[in-house]
Design a protein around this ligand. Structure first.
Ligand SMILES: [Zn+2]
Length: 481
């Protein structure tokens, strides 16, 4: 049956009406002929889809009009266009480029343009694309993530582990990538985010990223954080963006605070996020007069998302061969800050800390970047390169928790590493030496029992024994029940 392009659906119904004249049986034959012909035609168009050019991690913006609503992706070239009416950018694109298959990025309905026909195939030919845009997880799928060791393959048959998927560096966003990986890998939070459809804007976007990251049907084994960083930049008033490197610790606190505020039910003060990550610390302030404690003590308490520990003042010391050695310190030594006795000496008094509660997922920040006790970098910025030694399992927090009656054991599940790389940069025609700060993350694959390093796009196995040799910056500990 020859096919003529029709430009709106009214024409189509007119044809169907005409065909309806005659006996019922006859007309239903004709209808089904028409349906078959349309289906055949649509299948022909679907062959023009170029899956290797499709990437649904980008902000949903029309590349011509910059509109952000009613956006379609051209499945032939991957570009985004608004609308499908005769005056729309998608419509023009279909005529200009001879590209005819478009998907609505909200409804996931597929249309042929300029005919403006919805593709209603019974086959599952488009399911992989719809799944790429919006992966979904059943309770069974989520349960399987805790036990299945199968690896997946992308479009080019490259193997990857779902969940251990790199994130593009689109500027200076390595600091954000490590934080997004943390959110992806705390299993109690991940399982919640995988369940899917949220109304809250930040949660919705993080959920989508988590669902994509754990998808076993990715077309390529990495994701772009472009859309989510664009949103975060707007929501944070440009405090956190892809273009400028910030502190991963500050960004993690921002993410947790905002998720917490979105997910706290009305009239309540706690959310899943605060239940998983928030603890409470007691602060004891002892007044000092003329350098002598007065015996007057004030107690207060505050909630924390992250415990900060401070490596001791850094001094380079030389070994017998004249080489400088980087000092090493045990994490338990640094955690004694929270034993309620070790005092931080401040101008107006001494401060002691004791933990009142510790959360199921304990975040520990090693404070290397502030204070004047660091190693001068080539750019003059200082950092403390002290090596912090830590166990992988059986970190007992009970010495730091008020009223603890038995061990409170934690195991390490993630470790953010800071690296300083000296680079030269041209400033006003002069070569300047500066420090480039790089963040990457080591993650425990809890199902397979090994560790992987993710630095932006790159994912590789890493020897457990080598983990503490680098500058650990932020650690994620899971309480062992
Ligand atoms: Zn196109």
């Amino acid at each position: 049956m020859p096919f003529k392009r029709r430009h709106d659906s009214d024409d189509e119904s007119a044809v169907v009406k005409k065909l309806n004249i005659g006996s019922e049986e006859h007309s239903s034959d004709l209808e089904s002929d028409l349906e078959n012909a349309t289906e055949e035609l649509h299948l022909g168009y679907l062959k023009t889809i170029n899956r290797s050019r499709l990437d649904f991690d980008f902000e949903k913006v029309c590349c011509i009009s910059l509109a952000t609503v009613n956006i379609y992706a051209c499945l032939v070239c991957g570009k985004y266009y608004q609308g499908r009416s005769k005056s729309s950018c998608a419509f023009s694109h279909s005529l200009d480029e001879d590209h005819h298959v478009f998907i609505n990025l909200d409804t996931l309905k597929v249309y042929i343009l300029p005919e403006n026909q919805e593709v209603k195939l019974r086959s599952e030919v488009l399911e992989d694309i719809k799944y790429q845009i919006n992966p979904t997880f059943s309770p069974e799928d989520i349960k399987n993530l805790h036990q299945l060791k199968e690896i997946s393959f992308d479009l080019q048959h490259r193997p990857y582990r779902p969940g251990f998927v790199g994130l593009n560096k689109i500027g200076a966003n390595d600091y954000a990538n490590v934080v997004l990986q943390i959110v992806n890998h705390v299993d109690a939070l991940r399982d919640f985010l995988l369940k899917g459809e949220f109304e809250e804007e930040l949660t919705k976007r993080i959920s989508l990223m988590t669902r994509k990251s754990w998808s076993s049907r990715l077309s390529r084994p990495h994701l772009s954080p472009h859309e989510i960083m664009q949103y975060i930049s707007d929501k944070s008033g440009k405090r956190f963006s892809a273009g400028e490197q910030k502190s991963p610790k500050d960004f993690l606190v921002w993410i947790l605070t905002n998720l917490h505020s979105e997910l706290t039910p009305k009239g309540k003060t706690r959310s899943l996020v605060s239940k998983l990550f928030q603890g409470k610390v007691k602060i004891i302030t002892e007044k000092v007069a003329n350098g002598v404690p007065t015996g007057s003590r004030l107690e207060s308490s505050t909630k924390y998302w992250i415990l900060t520990i401070d490596p001791p003042a850094f001094t380079l010391f030389k070994d017998g061969t004249g080489l400088t050695q980087i000092p090493q310190v045990k994490i338990t030594h640094l955690l004694s800050k929270y034993d309620g006795e070790t005092a931080q000496k401040l101008a107006h008094g001494n401060k002691m800390f004791k933990l009142i509660t510790v959360p199921p997922f304990l975040l520990i920040h090693i404070n290397r970047m502030s204070g004047s006790h660091g190693l001068e970098g080539v750019s003059g910025t200082s950092r403390n390169p002290t090596i912090v030694k830590f166990p992988f399992e059986n970190l007992d927090m009970s010495p730091y928790v008020e009223g603890a009656t038995g061990p409170i054991q934690y195991k390490l599940i993630g470790n953010v590493i800071h690296q300083t790389i000296p680079v030269t940069k041209m400033v006003d025609g002069t070569e300047m030496a500066i420090d480039s700060h790089v963040y990457k993350i080591h993650l425990l694959d809890q199902v397979r029992g090994d560790w992987l390093e993710i630095q932006d796009l790159n994912v590789k196995p890493v020897e457990k024994e080598l983990l503490f040799m680098q500058e650990t910056y932020l650690q994620i500990w899971q309480k062992v029940l």
